[in-house]
Every structure is written in structure tokens, then in C-alpha cells.
Ligand binder design. Structure first.
Ligand code: FRU
Length: 486
């Protein structure tokens, strides 16, 4: 109801459950015109606890409708993260009378074994749906992949590998990824491991994903591996590798970590199944460093906007790009554009923006490379600063004075991200919700997602530059809430 919509800091165009705790997106699958988003959910409180799979659905990835809980804990334990697939050929045999089953592959986490047998706590299990995702039945033969003796053994992401007509599971195993394969989702064979000599190892590896993208007609496999802690701006973050995958092994072009998002608040992101060549990711818009402490007592957590993933080459090096899905344009409201604007000092956009909601999209392109910042502010004296610093060639988001920051000592900091593009001009898209900003710079090459909790809604907007910046175009678009009552 309207009370939920009006709650302080309630995201207006990012999914958040009406009440209680959410973390990772799970089981994301597109089926018969509906996007299904399941998620780590604790229906009994606003802090993490026995995990369920919450469920929400959407026709456009923008307007979501919360559904009944899909999976409850059982005698094998809590329902941790995992994926879902459309079993088109009914390889699992769960389909009856020609039905196509949706199959969820998730981690069972058994808290009863935590003390005595930590290396047996996590195993992989199945559930299936024969009614297009509405209700789910757990497989009687669970677990399908028992634990071989690895303490952290979780977050299966499964996809069909057509050349060898088999399923491939990408699993987080401590600070490695292990690939398994199966003809039927029930019997799994270990294929290979990745990570002993690659990537960041400042924390445990979680929620991996593996999918192909095409660059200049060539297939490039992307391996996303979330890590906690050890992110570039502290806490949890998403690293990725590009390389080849032959159905058994992933060979990275480079062993160096690349970061999908340099902000503090895009974790455990995975992609939808069954979207064809389109690869769309949604992340959890928080960070394990303070997720439990954020000042939203009625619920905690939200998802990022959905992002289409692509590849871009810079100086013969390939990078993953993220751009907000075009479906978000459905929220576009009043807009104005400024052309050939030079800002030295500050330019106040507040009157033109008449921004009482705090929701907007700002698109900006500069004539050359110069320092500038975009400042969200309010009457309470809060400021959130998003900018580019030429001397270090970095983008940054400074939330140190953005409002409530005291709930965790590392929250109120300035985050930086390298500018990867070598273009002679800067272009960016900034999405602002009441409690988050998402920066997509240089066509999604450098991305930063940060949450913040202002004392009053941010209703002032400035562009600033001490050295001076020439802007070719600046377009401000008011965004409508996606939560409006039906
Ligand atoms: C990542 C994670 C997963 C796990 C889930 C538990 O945020 O730790 O590895 O499956 O959360 O809720």
C-alpha cells in the first residue's frame, strides 16, 4: 500500500521486498513473457536468517509484483543461492505429459552440521515447477551434488551447453570456481577448476556466472566471480574474467582481475536464463560490510537496475560493459536538454529540474577531458558527489557527507574507479533513486553503484567544476516511480 511506498529511503525503481531482508538475486529466468526474479529472503526479520527463495515477477524488469515465497527451508537446510533453467528437452524427466519443467538448482545449507562437519554443510539440490514458476516441488533425490569435503561449496549457476548437449554448472568452491556437467541435471561430473593462479583472493568466491558474448563475430566467454571481502572499494564486489570455454575448461585471456562495478553496492549479480543472445544482469544493491546495519528497519536491501552486458575493446584489451536496460525508459517523465554549456564554478540545475522526488536520469557529454562533478544536495546540508578527476583519471562517488553514515564506520567514504576509455570526450548516464546512484560512464566501461541515506530527500542538483568544463549536451529526465499503485 501507500505506506510502503512512502517509507523513508524506499527505492522507487529498484525492486525491494515490501518487508524484511533480501540479499542475492536467484533463479533469474525469462519464461513465456515473464521475468522471474527469486532472491535470498528472510521473511521473519530485516536481518539475514534462515534463507528462503522470495519471488517477484515482471513483464518488463521495471515494474515488479511480489509473489508468494517459492522455496522454504527443509530438513536438508536453508535454501541458499542458485539458478533456474527452462528444461526444454525435459532432460530431467520432471515434465509430465509433454510439460516443460522449470528447474531450480540451489544450495542446501545445513546449519545443524556447521559445528561438527563444516565440510558437509553445503550441497546442491533441485526443485521444479510445472506451472510456469508459480509453485515449486523439491526433488526427492536431493542433494544431487553432495559435498566432496569443501567448506564453501555453493551458488550453482547452470546453463545448457549446446555443442555437447549437456548442462554445465559453474560453482563457487572456496576461492575457486569448479565446473561440473550433467546430461539430466541430476547426475553431475566434475570437469575442471579455475582460480588457483588467477584473480583476487582477498575473500571467499561466491555467486559465479558463465556466459558467452560476441565481439567482432567471435565468441568470448565471460566468467563473473563475486568476492567477499576484497572488493576495490572494500567489502564485497564482482570481478570477471574473459576467455574461452570448451564445455570442460575455462581458459582466461588474462589472469588479472577486472571489476564489473567499482561502486560498493553491486554484489552477487547474475544473469537471466532463456533470454537468447541478450545477457541481462541484476545485482544485490548492498555490501556485506554493512548490509545488516543500513537505516531501513522495515526491510533491508534492494536490487540494482537490470543491465545489459556487452564487450568493448580499448587498446586491444577487451572489457565487459554494463548499460541500463532500455525498458527503464518506460519511467521517463519531463525532460530538458542544455547544449554547449560551459561550467566554471557551479551551475544550479535545481529550478529547471524541480526535483521534488529525487528520481532522475542525467545524461551528459563533455567536449574534452576535464574535472567536473554532479552534486545531489538537500536542505539538511547533505551532499552526494559524483565526479571525474583528471589528475588521477578516475571517476568517483563521495558519500561521506550524504546523510546517515554513522551506522558503519567504513560507509561514509569516497569511492574511486579508473577511467578505462581513451575517448577524447566523456559521456555518462547517471540514474538516481531516493537511496542510490548508478553511474554508467563511457558507454558502460566504468560503472559505479552506491547506496546512500540522506536526512531529507535530495532535491537540489548542481554541476560543478573548479577548472571549468565544456558540456556539449546535458539531458535531465525526471523518472516516475515504478511502485505506483495499480
Ligand atoms: C552471497 C551469499 C551466497 C550464499 C548466500 C546466502 O551473498 O553469501 O554465497 O548462497 O549469500 O544467503
Amino acid at each position: 500500500g501507500s505506506t510502503v511506498l512512502a517509507q523513508t529511503h524506499r527505492p522507487q525503481f529498484h525492486f525491494s521486498p515490501k518487508a524484511h531482508w533480501i540479499n542475492d538475486p536467484n533463479g533469474m529466468v525469462y519464461y513465456k513473457g515473464i521475468y522471474h526474479l527469486f532472491y535470498q529472503y528472510h521473511p521473519a526479520s530485516s536481518v539475514w536468517g534462515p534463507m528462503h527463495w522470495g519471488h517477484t515477477t515482471s513483464k518488463d524488469m521495471v515494474h515488479w509484483q511480489e509473489q508468494p515465497i517459492a522455496l522454504y527451508p527443509d530438513s536438508l537446510g536453508y535454501i541458499f543461492s542458485g539458478s533456474a533453467v527452462v528444461d526444454v528437452n525435459n532432460t530431467s524427466g520432471f515434465g509430465k505429459n509433454g510439460q516443460t519443467p522449470l528447474v531450480a538448482i540451489f544450495t542446501h545449507h545445513n546449519p545443524k552440521l556447521e559445528k561438527q562437519k563444516p565440510e558437509q554443510v553445503q550441497s546442491q539440490s533441485l526443485a521444479y515447477s510445472l506451472d510456469e514458476g508459480k509453485t515449486w516441488t523439491k526433488y526427492a533425490g536431493n542433494p544431487v551434488l553432495p559435498n566432496p569435503g569443501i567448506t564453501d561449496f555453493r551458488d550453482p549457476k547452470v546453463r545448457w551447453f549446446e555443442p555437447q548437449k549437456k548442462w554445465v554448472m559453474t560453482l563457487a568452491t572456496k576461492d575457486r570456481v569448479t565446473f561440473y556437467s550433467s546430461p539430466n541435471l541430476k547426475n553431475w561430473t566434475k570437469e575442471s577448476e579455475f582460480g588457483s593462479d588467477a584473480g583476487a583472493h582477498g575473500g571467499v568466491w561466491e555467486c559465479p556466472d558463465l556466459f558467452p558474448l560476441t565481439h567482432n563475430g567471435k565468441k568470448v566467454w565471460v566468467l563473473i566471480v563475486n568476492i567477499n571481502p576484497g572488493g576495490p572499494n572494500k567489502g564485497s564486489a564482482a570481478q570477471y574474467f574473459l576467455g574461452d570455454f570448451d564445455g570442460k575448461m575455462f581458459k582466461a585471456y588474462s589472469k588479472e582481475t577486472k571489476w564489473m562495478d567499482f561502486g560498493a553496492d553491486n554484489y552477487a549479480g547474475v544473469t537471466f536464463a532463456n533470454t537468447g543472445d541478450r545477457v541481462t544482469l541484476i545485482g544485490w544493491m548492498s555490501n556485506w560490510q554493512y548490509a545488516r546495519d543500513v537505516p531501513t528497519p522495515n526491510w533491508r536491501g534492494a536490487t540494482t537496475v537490470p543491465r545489459d552486458l556487452g564487450l568493448q575493446e580499448v587498446d586491444k584489451e577487451l572489457y565487459l560493459t554494463s548499460t541500463p536496460v532500455k525498458e527503464l525508459n518506460a519511467l521517463d517523465g519531463q525532460r530538458f536538454s542544455l547544449k554547449n554549456l560551459t561550467v566554471k564554478g557551479q551551475y544550479d540545475l535545481t529550478a529547471k529540474a524541480n526535483n521534488e522526488t529525487g528520481l532522475f536520469k542525467l545524461e551528459l557529454a563533455t567536449k574534452s577531458i576535464a574535472d567536473f562533478s554532479i552534486v545531489l544536495a538537500n536542505e539538511a546540508g547533505n551532499e552526494l558527489v559524483i565526479g571525474y578527476d583528471k589528475s588521477t583519471n578516475t571517476y568517483y562517488i563521495d558519500r561521506s557527507r550524504s546523510g546517515k553514515v554513522e551506522f558503519e564506520k567504513g560507509f561514509g567514504e569516497r569511492h574511486t574507479a579508473p577511467r578505462l576509455s581513451t575517448d577524447a570526450t566523456i559521456s555518462l548516464t547517471l540514474l538516481a533513486d531516493v537511496a542510490s546512484v548508478e553511474l554508467f560512464a563511457d558507454k558502460g566501461l566504468t560503472v559505479m553503484t552506491d547506496i546512500f541515506f540522506p536526512d531529507k530527500p535530495m532535491n537540489k542538483l548542481f554541476v560543478k567544476s573548479a577548472t571549468g568544463v565544456s558540456i556539449t549536451t546535458l539531458t535531465y529526465t525526471k523518472l516516475k516511480s515504478a511502485l505506483a499503485e495499480k
